[in-house]
Each structure stands twice: as C-alpha cells, then as structure tokens.
Ligand binder design. Sequence first.
Ligand code: P5A
Length: 440
Amino acid sequence: MRLSRYFMPILKENPKEAEIVSHRLMLRAGMIRQQSQGIYSWLPLGKRVLDKVNAIIRDEQNRAGAIELSMPTLQSAELWQESGRYDAYGKEMLRIKDRQDRPMLYGPTNEEMVTDIFRSSVKSYKDLPLNLYHIQLKFRDEIRPRFGTMRSREFMMKDAYSFDLTREGAEHSYNKMFAAYLRTFDRLGLRAIPMRADTGPIGGKLSHEFIILADTGESEVFCHKDFVDFDIPGAHTDFDSVEGLQAIFDKWTSLYAATSEMHDEAAFNAVPEGDRLSARGIEVGHIFYFGTKYSEPMGAKVQGPDGKEHFVHMGSYGIGPTRLVPAIIEASHDDNGIIWPASVAPFDIVVINMKAGDQACDATCELIYAALTKAGKDVLYDDTDDRAGTKFATADLIGVPVQIIAGPRAVANGEVEVKDRKTGARETMTIEAAINRFVA
Ligand code: P5A
C-alpha cells in the first residue's frame, strides 16, 4: 500500500476526549472515528488490525471444533419473550419497531436466536455435541460508554453457543472453549487470566472472565501471581480428549483468581502474602455454562439414546474483538506510539522514503516495496513528500514492527537502515540483505 494513495487520517494533537492511552493512540493513528456516542467507524488502519484479530479468533474457534455461521443484528422481540429476557434485559436493550409496528431489537447477545436455529433442525443426540459461532456486531445501550471502543454501545463480539445432551458433555464443551481462549489471547500477544465471575443477565452458575492485567482496566481483580507464568496449551492440543482438556481446566483453576463480584476475602488471604496479586484488569472474554436455562422455556430438546426427549445443556462463550484492539495497545505501547505484536500488526513492514522525488531513493524504495510485496508481506510504502521527521513519527505512532529507511546518503552506498519498532535497534545493511531478511 502506498501511503500517498491510502486513507490514514493522522491527528497531530492529542484528542481531548481520550482519557486512556489506547483511545488516544487509536484516534491519533486514524484507526477509528466516533460517529455518535459509543458508536464507531473503523477506518482502514483500524480495520486491518481488527481483521487480523478476528482471523486468529476464528482459527482457534475452528481448531476447537466450533462451526461458523452468521446471524442478523436485528432480532424479533418474540424470541426474547419466550425466554423471559425481553422484560428482564432492561434499558441496555435497544428496542425498535418496524413499519408494521412489530417489536424488534438490536441484539445485545444471541442465546435466544441460536436456540431457535437449533430447535428447528436438531432432533437427535447423534447430532451432538454442536457449537455454533459468529463474529457479529452487538448493541448495548451502556450507561457509561467510554474509553473509545473499549466500552462502546455498538461493538463486535465473537459469540459461540454449545449444545450437549448431558451436563458432563457440556463441561467438555466448556473446557474446549476455555483452552481455545487461552490459545487465542496468547497468539494476540496477551496474557489473559481466567477468573471466576458473576454471570449477570446471561445466567447460570459457572462462568469465567478472561482478564488482562492493566492499570486502566475497569475491573478490580484478585489472583495468585503464578498465573502470569503458566504454560499455554500447545497447537497440538487434542480437543476431543475429555481428560486432556479437564487437566488444562483443572490446572488453570487450581489457584485463586476472582473478579470483585466473586471475591472471597478469606480464600484470598489464604494465599501466601507474597503471591497475592490485587490489580485492575480488562475483561476480554467471558464464558458461561447455564444448563437448560434457554432450552427449557424455548423447547430445545433432542431424543436421547434412551428414546426419551431431553432438554439440551447449553453454554455461551464471548470475546470482544473491538475491545481487544485497545487492550493490546494498553499492553504494548511507548511514548512514541503503538507497538503491535507481529500477529496483528496492520502492516508487517513500513518502507520510509526519506527523500521522495530523489531518483535513487525512489528506485530503491520501489525495488524493496515490490520484492517484499511479492514475497507476501503486507508493506506500507511511505512515498509522501512529508519531512523525514514527520515520516519517522508516523511510523512509530502506527506501530508497524519493522521500518526500512531509505535516505540519500545510505542509498548512495547501496544501503538502507532497518529499525525494529519495539527495541528501537537500527542496523545498516545492503538493500539486498534488507530484502532477504524478510523474504523467508
Ligand atoms: C457470551 C457470548 C455474553 O454476552 N453471550 C454470548 C455471552 N457475554 S458478555 O460477557 O456479556 O460479553 C462477551 C464479551 O463481549 C465484550 N463486550 C464489550 N466490548 C466492547 N464494548 C462493550 N460494551 C462490551 N460488552 C461486552 C467483552 O469482551 C465481553 O467479555
């Protein structure tokens, strides 16, 4: 992508409305724009990151055996009247009427709708277990939308829903998502700790929030410090192994970890003082087991091996991609801007032409840009006629992991500089060596 033809509206000044660093940097880097309170557009640079986050989430959902579908954002109130949540959900639900005066709503979550899909076609235990997910916009009319897309009114959610014949089966489904979440957050460069949590309007008794420790987090959390170094399940984890996944779950729940709503002071005080971590955190995921809470009132049942009908045991599993992007920034930035983990960086490499219009600089940058693009890298080429200082500041701000800098003096020697955004380390090398370093 040539920057001169791209759309990346950088802000020079710090936006006044931004209270936390991730919000400030997302606005300054031209990643998002607020359209009305708590409702955002994702501009091209932000969209690239969001797509990469979603690709990792999707990959891990698929690995764990979940199946992707797509459900609408607008839902009929009737379904919610069946489950009893239409009145219970309160003011957070945006209620709308269509032209026939039929009550509709902008979905805050999809337990009812997916249960309706399930009951319309699954009739036998032989079709279980089943886990259906989508990555879709949601709307919650939050009292205090804030911190940009961290807590917005319209936001994206990966929501998965599992169906099993028995409670034991449902626990295995829960453990699959538990392990998939550990892997997902790890691949996003984050350390997320599962903590016992309140189930709120989703319901049920068993739930875990996945929390990233961060001073700007909205949740108050308490846990054993050893979680920070626990091993993440590997890529070859067997998601069909009941014992294997139970062992992962048991290990990751063997020490104290709870959000403030579930906090048990006495149990926490039993943890040796030096091992106690009391901190603030960002909730990036939340998983639930709620048994037959929706299947019973909505009549979602299957025929079991005993020939009788059984209400299915369900769970639901949410991740917030539009919250994860700022959460990653909270965890990875410096005074100059964002430092993206390679897995979600909007571009792999930025090529900086320090003197656009200079024949040798232009030719060198074109050569590198073409070679790296051909090798499958996402390359941003800063071919604008901005000052070199402005270009360096922009490259640092948008946090692309590698900068290849072509200035007249180095280029005259057939060389360029390669800068690592994270460490700031710079190396001068031949043009060929710079290309070869990034062409596998
Ligand atoms: C689980 C999937 C649910 O809604 N039903 C379907 C369950 N869970 S949840 O905890 O309420 O939300 C899941 C995740 O969505 C993100 N999230 C938000 N992100 C940005 N702005 C918001 N206002 C917002 N509300 C929820 C969080 O990552 C949460 O863990």
